[in-house]
Design a binder for this molecule. Structure first.
Ligand code: NDP
Length: 328
């Protein structure tokens, strides 16, 4: 296939433009594995790339889409052969390297993870970068030594992609989950994923005290900014917060009080360049631990040709759970 369909971000005089057009295979970037993309997904970062709201795209033209699942078509990499089912998340794909919103992708084999047993390609992208990041958060909290007996687990941005998977994973692991959301109408949805308490996100989104009442032992925070400061302030002594997102903002207006007076730990989560052994471990655990009924409940599907419709919506917090993009 010399030409294939792709979404392409091009630089214009006023910013950038996004079009769905034919793309020449000869213009794909260097890589030792060519993949027929079957599924992708919509993450917050994809919204930024498609709209240009933040300078996520670092090379033009760019095919956006930071993650995909698919089947290897051609490979010069020793670990992959034609027909292998693979997953890719991160590594700058959709930012500096031509990405996933296309029928083909050429990438480095070292970036790929074999599709783990027990997951199909659609499940893998229902999980996607957001769900994989939620698992990295859970693994970081466990590595810290946190256990469900320590007290409740808070999840912020709970109705979003990272949040929904985090709620389901923590509940399945035995945690009592407090889901913080700005969408009161999603209470039944969040309880269905395993949350036992709903917290109005307004309680966390305005500046609060450096230390507040101790309410949760651990937290997964997808929101950042003032919310994360309040999450830290409400964390029990010796608890931990896995911080992975910035939906409210990139700043962190906090003090050292939670750290030096309560021994709270702030655990940073970066899914983009996680080394391969940890990636494989995270995907294996997702395959074994994530409740499939919960995954189905949080997932909607959109065809590749219509993915642009979700760009603004995910940035305004209007997408619930996860979205699978099907590639013809
Ligand atoms: P989503 O848009 O699906 O979820 C974000 C959620 O945050 C929204 O659904 C909403 O939840 C809440 N939210 C949105 N705006 C605000 C606001 N102004 N104040 C408070 N809460 C808000 O995005 P994703 O789940 O895909 O990503 C979540 C965050 O994690 C993003 O910032 C993303 O960039 C980051 N991320 C980081 C990764 C890493 O490697 N560190 C990897 C993947 C994602 P609700 O309506 O329930 O309140």
């Amino acid at each position: 296939m010399d030409r294939f369909k792709a979404w392409v971000v091009e630089k214009t005089e006023t910013g950038q433009a996004l079009t769905f057009r034919d793309f020449d295979a000869a213009d794909l970037m260097d890589g030792d594995v060519t993949v027929r993309v079957t599924h992708s997904t919509v993450n917050y970062k994809d919204g930024l790339a498609m709209t240009g709201r933040s300078p996520v795209v670092r090379r033009f033209p760019m095919i956006p889409g930071i993650d995909f699942s698919g089947v290897v078509e051609a490979s010069d990499h020793p670990n992959y052969a034609p027909g292998d089912a693979v997953i890719l998340t991160g590594w700058g794909v959709g930012e500096t390297h031509l990405g996933a919103y296309a029928e083909r992708a050429r990438v480095k084999g070292d970036w790929l993870v074999p599709l783990p047993e027990g997951l199909d390609a659609a499940d893998a992208m229902a999980i996607g970068t957001a769900g994989y990041t939620a698992m990295l958060c859970l693994m970081a909290l466990e590595h810290h030594g946190a256990r469900p007996g320590d007290g409740p687990a808070l999840v912020t941005g709970a109705s979003g992609g990272v949040g929904s998977v985090a709620v389901a994973l923590l509940a399945r692991a035995g945690w009592q989950v407090i889901a913080s959301t700005g969408r009161a109408g999603e209470e039944d949805y969040l309880r269905g994923l395993g949350a036992t308490e709903i917290l109005d996100r307004a309680e966390l989104s305005s500046p609060g005290k450096p230390l507040a009442k101790e309410r949760w032992a651990v937290a997964v925070d997808a929101v950042g900014s003032v919310t994360l400061a309040n999450v830290l302030a409400g964390t029990k002594a010796d608890g931990a917060v896995a911080a992975c997102g910035l939906a409210q903002g990139m700043d962190l207006p906090t003090s050292v009080a939670p750290f030096i007076l309560r021994g709270v730990s702030l655990l940073g989560i970066n899914s983009v360049t996680t080394p391969l052994p940890k990636r494989r471990a995270a995907w294996a655990r997702l395959a074994s631990d994530l409740d499939r009924t919960a995954l189905a409940a949080m997932t909607t599907t959109v065809p590749l040709a219509e993915v642009d419709r979700l760009a603004e919506r995910i940035l305004s917090g209007g997408v619930r759970g996860r979205t699978v993009v099907t590639v013809p």
